[in-house]
Design a binder for this molecule. Structure first.
Ligand code: DAH
Length: 344
């Protein structure tokens, strides 16, 4: 086969190979095979020695012409392959905006958090600070400074979770009163929400872990009327204008005098129903004037300063507010219950 025939063969084969190529790696293979160091055309060039010198320029030109042609074909193909690959990539990355997405539901605020937010809004609106105290509390703050001495029935091991002789899980938020009086100077106006613990069996109205919010006001001319006005404002803000408070005499070691505070029944508005056991009133909190003994123990001159305090169970407030009849619903995390409080 003379060189011309060989060249023609190379060119034809190259053309047919190139027409079958679909991807980059096949393209590179073909390039190597035809144009590479050991490629067919290169080999042919090397064999120029056998060509008579007078024919060499012509043969050289022919080889170069084929090389240029093949190179151009390969380059054109490379553009095509690149385009095809980009198109494939784009296709793969296409986002189908009509495809239905997995259903995602928003969470909801827990009813305890909802009432707490409302209560905090009422009290911060009246100028109260929000402070917090520890859940693991010294006996000294939980009992001693609250005028609950050793041997007082409230300390009964059946009610209190003891960590050791001096340390308890706080049984109420009242110790924050003592912590605040010892760390701030009057006038004092604080509320303190948080978890409290009592060794109670779980039932529709009891839980060993529950929530309270404590209130404390200390100033020079604080009276029981201020306490009543404050709690009335709180009752109306939470339950509506028609709701008022009623004080009944009671006893707490840390207040003197003390009161149990009732609200107008939020269910029947005072007419009498099953919820209020036909009394028209519902008991919701304890309150009173801070016992001068407590003031003195906490470093406040009881001849100059007076104070009032109150303690509210948040579960009870939430249950009344939302008509929840079993406290256990508040802790079980049942989505069917919780999603009813979604605000959307
Ligand atoms: N600490 C009381 C309790 O847990 C509630 C309470 C009653 C708090 C009267 C007060 C108060 O501040 O004045 O049952």
């Amino acid at each position: 086969m003379d060189i011309q025939e060989q060249l023609k063969k190379i060119q034809d084969e190259a053309a047919s190979q190139i027409s079958r190529i679909r991807d980059k790696s096949a393209l590179e293979d073909a390039r190597m095979r035809i144009l590479g160091k050991k490629g067919e055309l290169t080999m042919l060039l090397r064999s120029m020695g056998q060509v008579p010198p007078e024919e060499r320029p012509k043969v050289g030109q022919m080889i170069n012409a084929v090389r240029e042609k093949v190179t151009a074909q390969l380059e054109a193909l490379e553009q095509e392959v690149k385009k095809a690959e980009t198109a494939k990539q784009l296709e793969k990355e296409t986002i189908d905006i009509t495809e239905p997405r997995p259903h995602v539901t928003a969470g909801s605020m827990h009813p305890i958090s909802l009432v707490l937010d409302q209560i905090l809004q009422v009290f911060t609106g009246m100028g109260f600070d929000v402070v917090e105290g520890p859940e693991v509390e010294l006996d000294h703050f939980n009992f001693e400074l609250m005028n609950i001495p050793k041997n007082h029935p409230a300390r009964d091991a059946q009610d209190t979770f003891y960590i050791n002789d001096n340390t308890v899980l706080r049984t109420h938020t009242s110790p924050v009163q003592a912590r605040t009086m010892l760390s701030r100077k009057p006038p004092i106006r604080i509320v303190s929400p948080g978890r409290v613990f009592r060794a109670d069996e779980v039932d529709a109205t009891h839980s060993p872990v529950f929530h309270q919010i404590e209130g404390l006001v200390i100033d020079k001319d604080v009276t029981m009327a201020d306490l009543k006005g404050t709690l009335d404002a709180f009752a109306k803000a939470l339950y509506g204008e028609g709701v008022t408070t009623r004080f009944r005499p009671s006893f707490f070691p840390f207040t003197e005098p003390s009161a149990e505070v009732d609200l107008t029944c939020v269910n029947c508005h005072g007419k009498g129903c099953r919820v209020c056991k036909d009394t028209g009133w519902i008991e919701v909190l304890g309150a009173g004037m801070v016992n001068p003994k407590v003031l003195e123990m906490c470093g406040i001159d009881s001849k100059v300063y007076k104070g009032f305090a109150f303690g509210v169970g948040l579960e009870r407030i939430a249950m009344l507010r939302y008509g929840i009849t079993d406290m256990r619903l508040l802790y079980e995390g049942d989505i069917r219950f919780l999603e009813q409080f979604r605000e959307d």
